[in-house]
Ligand binder design. Structure first.
Ligand code: SF4
Length: 225
């Protein structure tokens, strides 16, 4: 991983703390399967019980924007996913997203749903989590984000139990989410049998997209894959 010197990055107002930048396949969401450069920002104010990126909670290095953009470019992919942690916990993330859009990338943002998405460039496809009771972080949902969603965005529920499924189904109906954007239901790895979740969705004829995380199937969720 190449960075400018810590002193130079620290002096720049255009900098972010990053855990990693890497090329892989997009493992979830509408862009599943596309070669994608992942820009993983460090830090998250939440602690979901199923979190698979706890290694991004702390540490990382300061990168200035020009170095981030150069590193993204050298991977040669059209899709870029800004993720975390919770990338919006660093306010300058919004400016990086704008710069990536200006460069012509197809940009997505994975966000916890706990921070205002209003300032995010509308060219970005926002993949917004709604935290279920089983996540342990349901109280962090920022419901004022939902009216800001457009057809370009996606909402994701990670389902930890049948109770979570029923809760998520009620939230989808209450907020008419499927009339706004794609709604994704994923089983929490090792907590819900994927085939059970698939059966529930089919039985209810729920207009949501079932998904399994491709990177877990292919690479058992190794960091950097
Ligand atoms: S919001 Fe995402 S990164 Fe943060 S604890 Fe939850 S799953 Fe992990």
């Amino acid at each position: 991983m190449s960075t400018v010197s810590p002193e130079a990055a620290a002096a720049s107002p255009e900098r972010l703390r990053l855990t990693e930048i890497f090329l892989s396949l997009q493992g979830e969401s509408r862009s599943i399967g596309w070669p994608t450069v992942f820009v993983r920002l460090t830090g998250c104010p939440l602690r979901c019980q199923y979190c698979d990126t706890a290694y991004a909670f702390h540490g990382g290095q300061w990168w200035d924007f020009d170095t981030i953009l150069a590193e993204v470019a050298q991977h040669g992919a059209r899709h870029v996913c800004v993720t975390g942690g919770e990338p919006l916990a660093q306010k300058r993330c919004v400016e990086l997203l704008r710069r990536l859009c200006d460069e012509g990338y197809d940009v997505s943002l994975e966000t916890s749903g706990a921070i205002d998405i209003g300032p995010v460039d509308p060219r970005v496809s926002r993949v917004l989590d709604i935290k279920t009771p089983g996540s342990g972080e349901v109280a962090r949902n920022l419901w004022s984000n939902l009216p800001l969603l457009t057809a370009h965005d996606q909402v994701k529920f990670v389902i930890c139990s049948r109770g979570d499924y029923d809760w998520a189904k009620a939230i989808v109906a209450e907020h008419k989410l499927t009339q706004t954007c794609d709604v994704l239901f994923s089983p929490s790895f090792s907590q819900v049998d994927p085939s059970a979740l698939a059966d529930w969705i089919v039985a209810d004829r729920l207009p949501v997209r079932f998904q399994l995380q491709l990177h877990k199937i292919l690479w058992n969720d190794e960091p950097g894959r």
